[in-house]
Design a protein around this ligand. Structure first.
Ligand code: ATP
Ligand code: MG
Length: 290
């Protein structure tokens, strides 16, 4: 999908290499999280994938479209039809209501009014904002604003959803809710979702985690359970809790068999217990949200 991607920004005589030969492959229908330090090129990658920015070199293919060889006009068309983009800094129009913000991408595509009205209703319901439909972004909470942004991204039914730090400024419970809508877009609507996040708890909602550093992919973490896509987040948490509890028992066996020093045992036990409490807390939180 992405091969040897290079992006160089030039400011005067200064050259910044944002992407240095990045390659990755995302399958249709996958949900992938991209993590990495600030300035590592995550937004740059998403903007090139979304047709907002052009690569300096390299090759990008999304579904059957060779994005890197599109003309400017074709790129506009590609953006409108193929991509739903949720931005790092919220990009809702402050003077428009939630419903109008959701309608906007359809106006850009020339969808007739009657169809737009029906679709807005549908989307408002999907993201659970019926009572907030006539609120302007300034009158909505951060989480509600992001749900409007998700609805707007889904408006033209694009196969690819790009989300840049969709939970950046949200508290954990609200972040969980927002990510759940993205997971549902992936699972129930079959969207391919590529989501940038700095939050490991958010990243775990994806089937695969790509770590980017200095403009290239440094690690590709396989999902712990291949059946991830069909299970709920709570199921995954329960599975992880079981797994960690099993590891704790195993650890004790190893100690008893003399395969570990006391120090190693304590260290690994502490790490496992920490993981266990994180998963349990997360499960508890999830239970409260739903
Ligand atoms: N329009 C631009 N002009 C010049 N340099 C840029 C531009 N956009 C990004 N950069 C530089 O490219 C590098 C990668 O930036 P990018 O925004 O992709 O990082 P990021 O991984 O999204 O970071 P963050 O986590 O802080 O959002 C940075 O060094 C940044 O300063
Ligand atoms: Mg960024």
């Amino acid at each position: 999908m992405v091969k040897d991607l290079v992006k160089v920004y030039r400011i005067g005589t200064l050259e910044i290499q944002a992407l240095r030969g990045l390659s990755m492959k995302v399958e249709e229908g996958e949900m992938v999280a991209i993590i990495g330090p600030s300035g590592s090129g995550k937004t740059t990658l998403l903007n090139i994938l979304g047709g907002l920015d052009r690569a300096t070199a390299g090759y990008v293919k999304v579904f059957d479209t060779e994005v890197t060889s599109l003309t400017p006009d074709e790129l506009v068309e590609y953006r409108r039809r193929m991509v739903g983009h949720i931005f790092q800094t919220m990009n809702l129009i402050p003077t428009l209501t939630a419903a109008e913000n959701i309608e906007l991408p359809m106006i850009a595509l020339g969808v007739p009014k009657s169809k737009r009205v029906r679709r807005v209703e549908e989307l408002i319901n999907i993201v659970g904002l019926r009572e907030r439909r006539n609120h302007k972004p300034g009158e909505l909470s951060g989480g509600e604003q992001q749900r409007v942004a998700i609805a707007a991204a889904l408006a033209n039914d694009p196969p690819l959803i790009l989300a840049d730090e969709p939970t950046g400024e949200l508290d954990t419970a609200t972040a969980r809710l927002v990510v759940d809508y993205l997971s549902r877009a992936n699972r129930e609507l079959g969207k391919t979702v590529i989501m940038v996040t700095h939050d490991p708890a958010v990243a775990r909602a994806a089937g695969r985690i790509l770590r980017i550093q200095d403009g290239i992919i440094r690690a590709d973490l396989e999902p712990l359970w291949p059946e991830l896509a069909t299970t709920t987040y709570a199921d995954i948490l329960r599975m992880r809790i079981d797994e960690v509890e099993r590891q704790l028992v195993e650890l004790e066996d190893e100690l008893r068999r003399g395969e570990l020093t006391g120090e190693q045992y304590v260290e690994r036990q502490m790490a496992l217990k920490r993981a266990l409490s994180v998963f349990k807390e997360e499960l508890h939180r999830f239970g409260m949200v739903h």
